[in-house]
Ligand binder design. Structure first.
Ligand SMILES: Nc1ncnc2c1ncn2[C@@H]1O[C@H](COP(=O)(O)OP(=O)(O)OP(=O)(O)O)[C@@H](O)[C@H]1O
Ligand SMILES: [Mg+2]
Length: 520
């Protein structure tokens, strides 16, 4: 089944529609395989010809169109033609019906409406006038509509059907692309485990399931844990989960970012100092290791500590002892240590910038947190979670992630991982305002661009489309120049482009008067 709503937003289709509208005032609608009009909002859509907008809102006209489409499809089956251009009696003007088939299964049709298929159909406007009047069209609407109806000659008809066929082809390709993508997402979903949450951590992917399993095993032990992962992967969240599920949970959980201070300050922060040990040490200060006694100490960014500090930390880890700054007296504490870093400690050991003995002391249990791009199947759950959280905080309506927006999230590499996803969702909630649907257009440019790049298919199609359009444009301009006797202002107006734009195109296609005279 084709998801017609998707096509409204596809750039290539919008563009093709725009071309049909601006060159021939023709409107394009889709129907499903039963001829039922699909995938557009007759109230919101701006019609090239108001007659189409007027009629298509009437049930009678829609029913009549459905029958007409079905009948035409039957006729096409019996013939060698791929499409039909016929008079739609109900309206009095002509319409083109282009079937959309996949593997010879009819999926639907593209219907292009609002023109006369021949240049000598002089009496037809009267018919249209009568029909529109019968359908309650105002005098103004009728005059406007008649002014828009163009007569196609042989060339015009051939270009016109080329563009509409392209629309039909495009629908097929995009449908296949979307189906493939959905298969991929379904494939990813198969990988999902049963547990979707561990404390404040969210994720159903296999790597997260493995992580939960590991956390279950280590939570009661007192072992040191080293957590390694990229920025924003949730290292701190994991450290908290370990502590709050351990027997130490009613004791303090203390966090120190080891890269935040210089050595002296960090030392006094971690181990404390006694009064007078340095300028500004006006009283004794308890170090964080003492604060964390019987609890858990989370040493964040452990990879950023200096060699001197590494020695001191090693001693706490080995013996549970340390000396406050300015003191000679040793203190002893019972602290479980969890360390984290986004750097590659093993490499640092090899390069001699991190002590090997400290590394092995820390690395008793190693947790590698996978980056988000390695567990894309977690994206929908996380996105939904952050979206609702931000919506609640924002006081706005409940937001809905559209499928198209979700797909953009899949295509992006998330260098900032979960934190970046969270920020993006918060940003979207603000941008959405009162709008409940999150649309891809609202997303950060970097995410939209990543999505565009990943569409190899799209790129190929765009190329094909560009060629087809350039051919068409060249023909249109060539024919227009002859017809208007090289009146560029007049032709520019007809084509709906600026005179300067037309002159540029004339040069691009080599269509200036002298050259054309020579070639013919
Ligand atoms: N699995 C997850 N489920 C829910 N929220 C998550 C998850 N992982 C990370 N987050 C959220 O993302 C943000 C970053 O997480 P956290 O601070 O734990 O990451 P980090 O690895 O310590 O990052 P950094 O390397 O930048 O210090 C936090 O707001 C956290 O709540
Ligand atoms: Mg952190």
């Amino acid at each position: 089944m084709i998801n017609w709503d998707e096509f409204e937003h596809i750039h290539v289709i919008k563009k093709l529609r725009h071309i049909l509208a601006s060159w021939w005032n023709v409107d394009v609608i889709f129907t499903d395989e039963r001829g039922v009009v699909k995938g557009f909002d007759p109230v919101k859509t701006v019609f090239a010809n108001p007659a189409v907008g007027h009629l298509i809102q009437k049930d009678v006209a829609q029913q009549n169109l459905a029958e007409f489409v079905l009948k035409t499809i039957d006729e096409l089956r019996m013939s060698d033609n791929r499409y039909a251009i016929k008079k739609w009696d109900l309206a009095g003007f002509d319409i083109g019906i282009f079937p959309i088939s996949i593997d010879s299964d009819l999926m639907g049709t593209v219907v292009a409406m609002g023109f006369f298929k021949d240049s000598n159909e002089g009496q037809r406007p009267h018919e249209v006038r009568d029909r529109l009047a019968a359908f309650g069209g105002s005098g103004e609407l009728i005059e406007q509509s008649l002014g828009k109806l163009k007569y196609l000659d042989d060339d015009g008809r051939s270009h016109f059907s080329q563009v509409v066929s392209l629309v039909a082809e495009e629908v097929v390709t995009l449908h296949l692309e979307i189906t493939r993508r959905e298969d991929r997402i379904r494939e990813l979903n198969k990988e999902l485990g049963s547990r979707y949450k561990y404390d404040n951590m969210i994720g159903k992917s296999k790597p997260m399931q493995a992580l939960y399993g590991l956390l279950d095993k280590i939570k009661t032990a007192d072992t040191t844990v080293l957590i390694q992962g990229e920025n924003g992967t949730g290292k701190e969240l994991i450290a908290k989960a370990i502590h709050y599920n351990s027997p130490r949970k009613d004791r303090p959980f203390v966090i120190q970012n080891c890269s935040a201070f210089n050595d002296n300050l960090l030392e006094s922060e971690l181990f404390g100092h006694i009064k007078g040990s340095f300028t500004g040490a006006i009283r004794d200060k308890k170090g964080l290791f003492e604060v964390a006694d019987k609890g858990t100490f989370f040493l964040d960014e452990i990879g950023d500590t200096s060699p001197t500090m590494q020695v001191k930390l090693l001693r706490v880890l080995q013996e549970g002892t340390f000396t406050p700054v300015g003191s000679t007296e040793m203190r002893k504490v019972d602290v479980r240590i969890i360390a984290a870093t986004n750097r590659n400690l093993k490499e640092m050991v090899e390069q001699g910038t991190f002590r090997e003995d400290l590394y092995y002391r820390l690395n008793v249990i190693n947790i590698r947190v996978p980056p988000l791009r390695e567990r894309k199947e977690d994206i929908p759950l996380l996105a939904e979670f952050f979206l609702q959280k931000a919506s609640e905080a924002n006081g706005g309506p409940k937001r809905i992630m559209t499928k198209r927006a979700l797909e953009k999230l899949y295509d992006y590499a998330w260098p900032g991982n979960v934190r970046e996803l969270q920020n993006e969702m918060e940003r979207l909630v603000v941008l959405a305002g009162e709008e409940t649907k999150i649309l891809p257009e609202m997303m950060s440019p970097k995410i939209i661009e990543a999505g565009e790049r990943s569409k190899v298919q799209g790129a190929r199609l765009q190329g094909k489309l560009k060629d087809a359009l350039e051919d068409l444009e060249r023909e249109m301009i060539k024919e227009g120049l002859r017809r208007t006797g090289w009146n560029k202002s007049k032709l520019a107006k007809e084509l709906g482009i600026s005179r300067a734009g037309l002159i540029m195109k004339v040069e691009k296609y080599g269509l200036d008067k002298r050259r054309m005279a020579r070639s013919s």
